[in-house]
Design a protein. Structure first.
Length: 256
């Protein structure tokens, strides 16, 4: 039985030199690969033969996957169907690629409901972002992130004065090729959506509204800093006492 288990691991190694969650996986995953090579090491410690080419191919895959700083980039992750709250950052994605965050209720963080930094190919869909107490925060922040979609999400700040941090509900800073579509952004202050130095940012078919009896928002959508090829189109923007769209001349925003 032990030999058969080892043979299954050896036979399941793919062309990249690693393993996936199923024996016939065509792509490798670093976390699964580490588990498999640890199992093979344990087998060898027990006197079971492990082919050297299997180990050599694994080592090559791991070295190819290593970043310049010595770490490894998380990828191929799904965060779905959860209720997440009361953390410093309820969901934190740092240096990630190919992650899906969908179908979650995320509420009342100490800092951000979702913080994404230095990441790419992120899909954020059909989530609810809110807070239920004045002591917490509700925002979503993307920093230095690219090739990302935010679709069908609901954002709401239920407190009359806005967040104590002064942050808008959805913040994009130094981001490129981010599409925000079909979202409801309610009662953000100073803004619902706040973009700083954005490139190829598309905000379409969203409702961004200030609904407080005593409005505090200064703009529904704001673009600041130098940017280019940004699009704002087909949105419903409601901001009593403020501006529907506040865009610096250098921000490169066109309205469709």
């Amino acid at each position: 039985m032990r030999t058969s288990a080892v043979q299954l691991i050896v036979n399941s190694q793919n062309k990249e030199g690693g393993w996936r969650y199923e024996p016939d996986g065509k792509e490798a995953d670093i976390s699964v690969t580490v588990c498999q090579i640890m199992a093979l090491r344990a087998a060898r410690n027990c006197g079971i033969a492990v082919p050297k080419p299997t180990v050599d191919q694994c080592v090559k895959y791991v070295l190819r996957s290593q970043k310049a700083d010595g770490g490894f980039r998380p990828n191929l992750i799904t965060i779905s169907g959860n209720i997440i709250g009361s953390q410093e950052n309820n969901v934190l994605l740092a240096d990630c690629h190919g992650v899906v965050v969908s179908g979650n209720c995320i509420y009342s963080a100490e800092s951000r409901n979702l913080l994404v930094e230095d990441s790419s190919l992120i899909t954020i869909g059909s989530n609810s972002f809110r807070r239920h107490t004045p002591a917490a925060h509700a925002g979503v922040r993307l920093v230095r992130t690219k090739d990302t979609t935010i679709q069908g999400c609901s954002f709401q700040d239920e407190e009359p004065k806005g967040q104590a941090s002064g942050a808008s509900l959805l913040e994009l800073e130094d981001c490129r090729r981010v599409q925000v579509t079909g979202c409801q952004v309610i009662d953000g202050a100073p803004c619902g959506i706040d973009v700083v130095r954005g490139q190829e940012i598309s905000i379409t078919s969203c409702t961004v509204a200030e609904t407080r009896e005593a409005p505090v928002a200064t703009a529904a959508i704001r673009f600041r800093g130098e940017g280019g090829e940004n699009l704002v189109a087909l949105n419903t923007l409601v901001c009593p006492g403020g501006q529907p769209l506040d865009a610096d001349d250098a921000s490169g925003v066109r309205q469709g």
